[in-house]
Write a protein that binds this ligand. Structure first.
Ligand SMILES: Cc1cc2nc3c(=O)[nH]c(=O)nc-3n(C[C@H](O)[C@H](O)[C@H](O)COP(=O)(O)O)c2cc1C
Length: 282
């Protein structure tokens, strides 16, 4: 596939750094939900987050319709999300060369806002019915529903589906940074680099595959995607878009600002600090 047109700067959006940074470690995927409805003001707040994060390549809609038909399991209802009363649909414009990265970044912002509101979530890229989504949400031009997340109050104990999928994907495990990073040795990392990489490392990915790799420089981190031959139709670049938001949150939490430039595969994007940073004094 051609990468023409993938490069360019990512549009900057305002993000509530402290609020979402706290949500990074509170977020876990949940598949079993109580029937309890999500409060109207929380749904309204999430709709505002959708609007603020939406761009030409990706947008999101919140719905409380047709929940019984949205989620499906691996076989029948085995592995499916159950009981949720609301969900967000993540919609990509397939004409955008960076649709996957933009959608991952946007979707994770909505998920972190939901977590900050006390709700549970689960990225679902495989086991949902796009036709059940489009029964209530209309799509324009070349738009596709790429993923969804339930939004709601999880059951007190993990459902059988949760236990099964968490153990299948080894959901709690993450690769160590030593396996993910190249470039500047760790002994020379500024504090912002450590914080940004740790935040990116704990990001969620489809089947917890963690396809991101990080090339570290004094004033920049380049994210690349390892693409394995697999039957998954979920793009590794989407996972990397999620990790981009985590990385940016870590950097901003450490007190630095920067911007994103999209790159051609296998690279995904580079986060470069605004202004000069002195190399670490040893
Ligand atoms: C893009 C994406 C797609 C996913 N699709 C599914 C899915 O179809 N079904 C499911 O049960 N979990 C899905 N997950 C959840 C992952 O399995 C989960 O994020 C991963 O195992 C890490 O666990 P955690 O989210 O609890 O940290 C998806 C996650 C991502 C990021």
């Amino acid at each position: 596939m051609s990468n023409n047109g993938r490069t360019g700067n990512k549009q900057l959006v305002e993000i509530p750094v402290e609020r979402w940074y706290r949500a990074l470690t509170d977020r876990h995927s949940w598949r079993g939900y109580q029937k309890r409805p999500v409060e109207v003001d929380k749904l309204a707040g999430l709709r505002e987050t959708c609007l603020s994060l939406s761009g030409p390549g990706a947008r999101a809609e919140i719905s409380t319709e047709n929940l019984e038909n949205i989620f499906r399991g691996i076989v029948g209802s085995y592995g499916a999300v159950t009981g949720a009363t609301a969900y967000a649909a993540f919609i990509g414009n397939m004409d955008d060369p960076n649709v996957q990265e933009n959608l991952g970044y946007m979707g994770e912002g909505i998920i972190l806002e939901a977590v900050a509101l006390g709700l549970s979530t689960c990225w679902v890229g495989g086991f949902f019915r796009p036709e059940a989504v489009t029964a209530n949400i209309s799509l324009a031009g070349n738009e596709t529903v790429i993923a969804v997340t339930p939004l709601g109050y999880r059951t007190a104990t993990p459902s059988l589906n949760d236990r099964m999928l968490k153990s299948m994907a080894k959901s709690r495990k993450r690769k160590p940074l030593t396996e993910l990073c190249s470039g500047l040795p760790e002994t020379e990392w500024q504090p912002w680099i450590s914080e940004a990489l740790e935040a990116a490392r704990i990001a969620p990915s489809a089947v917890n595959r963690q396809p991101w790799r990080f090339e570290v420089a004094t004033n920049a981190i380049t994210v690349s995607a390892v693409v394995k031959k697999s039957s998954s139709r979920i793009s590794e670049r989407l996972d990397c878009g999620i990790a981009m938001l985590h990385l940016e949150l870590g950097a901003k939490h450490a007190g630095v600002e920067g911007s994103w430039e999209y790159l051609t595969a296998p690279e995904v994007a580079r986060f470069t600090l605004s202004g000069e940073v002195m190399p670490k004094m040893i």
